[in-house]
Ligand binder design. Structure first.
Ligand code: ADP
Length: 363
């Protein structure tokens, strides 16, 4: 038995003419989940959101909310509400009337709808701005009004399409906290479309990484970061080196540079096949490999000081038959360790990592 706010997508497909925008995706979002749909532009995030909202027909498959298949229900009867990227506030209505608008459409009496609107304005800390027009508000304040307007219908699911992209970085971080607070307070699901991995990691209980209309991985932020399923996820989430290696079937391992066989076990694979693995940039060290560790020697190509960490890019010449994106391996070093033994562009350095830091990706 599904709960009232549970959402399930079962083999959902969306075609625009000959283009497949969403390719047979299946996903369960339990009630009360903060879910982020994450991926590059054009991967099908907004289309997925619009199909849940009912603003887009489904070409095939089913969408269920609770125990009900909602494919053919109009948007207003799905128990969902949508907050748009550009907020879409009515310029000639004050904040109270903007927030109360959907209740007016439903025929709720004026006194009651204004009272409910004031409650919503309080929820988003905008009660002091009730009589202002949208043009008299900052971007962040307009967003709060748009949120209140979406929430006044008591949805079981709030859908947000790139809600933070119009804000400056400082405000974005503040509104991020605010969204999370609201979601916890209301106990409903938020489904939030973003192309920012940082935003998804900060907010989501469930991160859904999409690529070319398909779901590459759906898991907690920590799992996506620590166990990316594919090279695409590891690249998109960032902070990983993806190394394309060769399988040594006799030894049951992959051939890593400077590495003794036996330490990185593999599921059965064909000898000589290519196998991608990832190594986190913060888990590699600028030291020669200890016995049993993998590693190589290279030349520093880039040093970026990022405050608490320093990013070092190393041209990886000594990788044997392994290859790496752009031929550059990234190591991040915490600030204090970096300045204890700094390196500069052009220096020869050793890089190493322990076998347990090697994460085998799906080939
Ligand atoms: P995202 O939100 O991840 O940027 P979209 O869901 O907007 O991606 O788009 C997915 C794909 O579907 C893209 O290739 C896009 O060009 C295409 N697409 C989206 N909307 C339409 C439409 N109304 N007509 C035709 N193609 C569309």
């Amino acid at each position: 038995m599904a709960e009232k706010g549970d959402i399930e997508l079962a083999a959902v497909l969306k075609r625009y003419g000959g283009t497949v925008a969403v390719d047979t995706i299946s996903l369960k979002i339990p009630a009360g989940t903060y879910c982020c749909l994450l991926g590059p532009s054009g991967c099908g995030k907004s289309t997925t959101l619009r199909m849940i909202a009912g603003h887009e027909d489904i070409s095939d498959g089913d969408i269920m909310i609770g125990n009900e298949v909602i494919n053919d229900l109009p948007p207003a009867r799905r128990g969902t509400a949508m907050m748009f990227q550009n907020y879409a506030l009515f310029p000639h209505l004050d904040c109270t009337d903007n927030v109360a608008f959907s209740l007016k459409m439903k025929g709720v009496a004026k006194a009651e709808r204004r009272q409910r609107a004031v409650e919503m304005l309080r929820l988003v800390h905008m009660q002091d701005y009730a009589a202002r027009l949208p043009a008299q508000l900052s971007g962040g304040q307009q967003q709060r009004i748009a949120l209140a307007r979406a929430l006044i219908t008591n949805p079981s699911v709030l859908l947000l399409d790139e809600p933070l992209s119009a804000l400056d970085p400082f405000l974005r971080a503040r509104m991020r906290e605010e969204l999370k607070r609201l979601q916890k307070e209301l106990g409903i699901s938020f489904i939030h479309v973003t192309h920012s991995q940082e935003e998804a990691m900060a907010l989501a209980d469930l991160v859904v990484v999409m690529n070319r209309g398909k779901i590459e991985q759906a898991a907690t932020a920590r799992e996506v970061f620590n166990q990316p399923r594919t090279a695409f996820v590891a690249r998109f989430i960032g902070g990983h080196n993806i190394i394309d290696c060769t399988v040594d079937a006799a030894a049951g391992t992959i051939r890593l540079p400077g590495h003794l066989p036996g330490a990185v076990p593999l599921p059965a694979r064909i000898d000589g096949a290519r196998q991608p693995v990832s190594v986190r940039a913060d888990r590699a060290r600028l030291t020669p490999p200890a016995p049993g560790q993998a590693g190589f020697a290279g030349t520093v190509r880039a040093v970026e000081y990022l405050g608490s960490i320093v990013h070092v890019g190393i041209g990886a010449e000594g990788l044997g038959d392994c290859t790496i994106d752009d031929g550059e391996f990234a190591v991040t070093v915490d600030e204090r360790s970096f300045f204890a033994s700094p390196v500069a562009v052009g220096d020869r350095v050793s890089v190493s990592w322990a076998p347990e830091e090697v994460h085998v990706l799906e080939g």
